[in-house]
Design a protein around this ligand. Structure first.
Ligand code: NAD
Length: 256
């Protein structure tokens, strides 16, 4: 069902975005990668699955570059059928010490970028009669943690945005949903593991154990592969009436 469709996955040179891109590629979906750092490695991994792969280096904090990414997908792939808004950053500090430019960057990348990609992708999806928009939110779209005010505000905003657009598209063949992972061991979380190891004078393994024990009852990290498979499900026919949901994959974090 998904073979030959095209997905844009923002922030897909690493972590969850790359896991989602690979899971979609395994279903025969052509992939537009985006993000910073090593590009050739992720491109080769996706290409090895036999699909067409492209890359656009748009900085997702910049609306003009986001528009260029969408134009690239239109010109090179004939449009975007599956939009995965995944690019995101984190910064941890109490609100009185939170640098204003970090606040602005988190709101721009973790929240506003999804507005810009969505408004530009929707007309084509409606015209072609099929579409899926999946927003990588977080448990922090549903509950808060201290010292993450910008991230929590952006992710709550992303869940709210998901619901609003799902209602606007409810009678269309485009569905809009969010995924809310708990801890996933990616570079974004590794930084927090390292900070904890330093602060508490423990080794990396103990820091990971403490991080999980504090919030995630399963005591296991969610994996990019699991998030990729959930994305594939949300793209399936079986999920065509799943609309406006914030679907947790968090080892029980938000059940507490
Ligand atoms: P990551 O740091 O491994 O990957 C982030 C990706 O976004 C990278 O490809 C990076 O290059 C890209 N990126 C960063 N800034 C960008 C920008 N300005 N423009 C374009 N691309 C940019 O992080 P991750 O853990 O894989 O996070 C992916 C998403 O999942 C984020 O939205 C994050 O908030 C969310 N999330 C992560 C976790 C977790 O535990 N890791 C939990 C819940 C939600």
């Amino acid at each position: 069902m998904l073979k030959g469709k095209t997905a844009i996955v923002t922030g897909s040179t690493s972590g969850i975005g790359l896991g989602v891109a690979l899971a979609l590629a395994r279903q025969g979906v052509n992939i537009v990668l985006n993000g910073f750092g090593d590009v050739e490695g992720p491109k080769a991994e996706v290409a090895a699955l036999g699909v067409k792969v492209g890359y656009h280096g748009a900085d997702m904090s910049k609306p003009a570059e986001i528009a260029a990414l969408m134009d690239y997908a239109e010109a090179e792939f004939g449009g975007c059928d599956i939009l995965v808004n995944n690019a995101g950053i984190q910064f941890v500090a109490p609100v009185e010490e939170f640098p204003a430019e970090r606040w602005d960057a988190i709101i721009a990348i973790n929240l506003s970028s999804a507005f810009h990609t969505t408004r530009l992708a929707l007309p084509g999806m409606k015209q072609r009669g099929w579409g899926r928009i999946i927003n990588l939110a977080s448990v922090h779209g549903l509950v808060a943690s201290a010292n993450k005010s910008a991230y929590v505000a952006a992710k709550h905003g992303l869940v709210g945005f998901t619901k609003a657009v799902a209602l606007e598209t409810a009678t269309s063949p485009v569905t809009v949903n969010a995924i809310c992972p708990g801890w996933v061991l990616t570079p974004l979380v590794q930084k927090q593991v390292d900070a904890r190891a330093l602060a508490e004078q423990v080794d990396g393994e103990e820091a990971k154990r403490r991080l999980l024990a504090e919030k995630q009852p399963s005591l296991q990290f969610t994996t990019p592969e699991q998030l990729g498979e959930l994305t594939v499900f949300l793209c399936s026919e079986a999920a065509s009436n799943v609309r406006g949901q914030a679907w947790s994959l968090d080892g029980g974090w938000t059940a507490q």
